[in-house]
Design a protein around this ligand. Sequence first.
Ligand SMILES: Nc1ncnc2c1ncn2[C@@H]1O[C@H](COP(=O)(O)OP(=O)(O)O)[C@@H](O)[C@H]1O
Ligand SMILES: Nc1ccn([C@@H]2O[C@H](COP(=O)(O)O)[C@@H](O)[C@H]2O)c(=O)n1
Length: 201
Amino acid sequence: MLIIGIAGGTGCGKTTVVNKLIEQLPEGEVVVISQDSYYQDTSHLSYDDRVKINFDHPRSIDFDLLVNHLNQLKEGKSIEQPVYSFVKHNRTGDTVLTKPRKVVIVEGILILTNPEIRELFDIKIFVHADSDERLIRRLKRDITERGRDIDEVLNRYQTTLKPMHQQFIEPMKEYADIIIPNNKYNTVAVDIVKTIISDRL
Ligand SMILES: Nc1ncnc2c1ncn2[C@@H]1O[C@H](COP(=O)(O)OP(=O)(O)O)[C@@H](O)[C@H]1O
Ligand SMILES: Nc1ccn([C@@H]2O[C@H](COP(=O)(O)O)[C@@H](O)[C@H]2O)c(=O)n1
């Protein structure tokens, strides 16, 4: 099994890169684990309190569960990946049965901040896009797909997202084996990563 970590700031294009890779790899050989599925269960909090959570800090992630699930997949066991709602700011209570595959791609803004998870990765990738590009993409996406308005996105950007990016996410480039520049769609980089994966399978 090949475990690949894909990190990078919000809106840098991690999901887009992952989808391009999946398109090019043999069907049924890749499984994706999204860090977003592992936001802490906050069912004990009211909606008003959940809105105030700093979702860009490593403590917002249930890394124990993520490590446990990655180890289970490595052992050839299936897992129940939680489903997360960006509208409710909480897990939905549903899970998706996720079977082990030859290639496991783990993507998320904070996945390289956890030393135990870094150790599990065979290849560590950091997708880079400039902060203005990321903010524009985030605004468009969160308004169309995640039920937010312009004030919510900009307020979150200034209060938590930008400072957390500078403190926890950008420094993780140091651990990356490959950095993909993604201000523009980077098909060459995706082809290179696909070739590396195919060579190792
Ligand atoms: N290179 C790019 N150029 C323009 N838009 C992009 C690019 N990569 C991704 N996007 C768009 O930006 C938004 C965020 O991309 P996404 O892949 O969801 O980022 P992430 O998973 O890193 O948050 C999406 O709407 C996506 O279509
Ligand atoms: N309830 C939540 C949980 C997380 N976020 C934001 O999502 C971003 C990470 O997801 P990407 O797909 O953009 O990598 C992160 O920056 C959190 O601020 C949220 O808005 N609401």
